[in-house]
Design a protein around this ligand. Structure first.
Ligand SMILES: [Zn+2]
Ligand SMILES: [Zn+2]
Length: 214
């Protein structure tokens, strides 16, 4: 899905706002999760995860590796909760998932029956302490530790939105003030406290500048 202009103001339009004000365009984080800048799985260089008609495609800007979705590089948990096929004894098991198999071997403690059962896979947003994209589970390119917190952005436009927000001294929320649903789901109203803390403003803006040229 492409970003519609209605919900995504172009950078040029945002620059018209004086830095003292910031009018939240009402973006939910979901609206931003259309594409990503990630670490290439082959060379660890900068790769782009671009939206395609049917899903996404990864293209590395350094080694030109391309990859269609399929393999999950991130962290995930496989979970089975079933009744034994022989004796109906309830069984549960959860284990880290490696991105390949979908079935989990189970042994019934009551009757000793052994069988593989279909697992539910939960994909995690973080892997090894780093934020990952939702398609491949690769580390986001634009992230850094900040005073024991993790600062991250899906892509450069996301970074720019955060920069404008943090730079603003007075924040106005919502272009349509009566749209309370949109207000509540807005990404900016749910930012972690360290991003909105006034005392972090200068240091965060410096970090964003560094990331923006990465
Ligand atoms: Zn690469
Ligand atoms: Zn059994």
């Amino acid at each position: 899905m492409q970003m519609g202009n209605a919900m995504y103001p172009p950078a040029a339009a945002m620059k018209r706002y004086p830095m003292e004000r910031y009018s939240d365009p009402g973006l939910a984080l979901f609206d931003l999760a259309t594409h990503y800048v990630v670490e290439c799985p082959k060379c660890a260089g900068k790769a782009l995860v671009k939206p395609k008609e049917e899903g996404h495609k990864l293209v590395c800007t350094a080694c030109f590796h391309t990859e269609m979705p399929g393999h999950w590089y991130g962290a995930a948990t496989a979970y089975v909760s079933v009744k034994c096929r022989e004796c109906h004894h309830p069984m549960q098991r959860s284990t880290p998932w490696n991105g390949l198999w979908k079935k989990l071997a189970m042994r019934c403690e009551q009757c000793g029956d052994e069988c593989e059962y279909e697992a539910h896979i939960t994909r995690h947003a973080q892997h090894g302490g780093r934020m990952t994209d939702a398609v491949y589970g690769l580390p986001l390119w634009l992230q850094a530790e900040f005073r024991e917190e993790l600062f991250w952005a899906f892509h450069y436009e996301h970074l720019e939105i955060l920069e404008h927000y943090i730079a603003a001294k007075h924040r106005e929320r919502g272009i349509a003030p009566r749209n309370t649903i949109k207000k509540n789901s807005a990404m900016l109203s749910r930012l972690p406290a360290f991003i909105t803390r006034a005392g972090n403003r200068e240091a965060l803006l410096k970090l964003i500048k560094e990331l923006s040229v990465k």
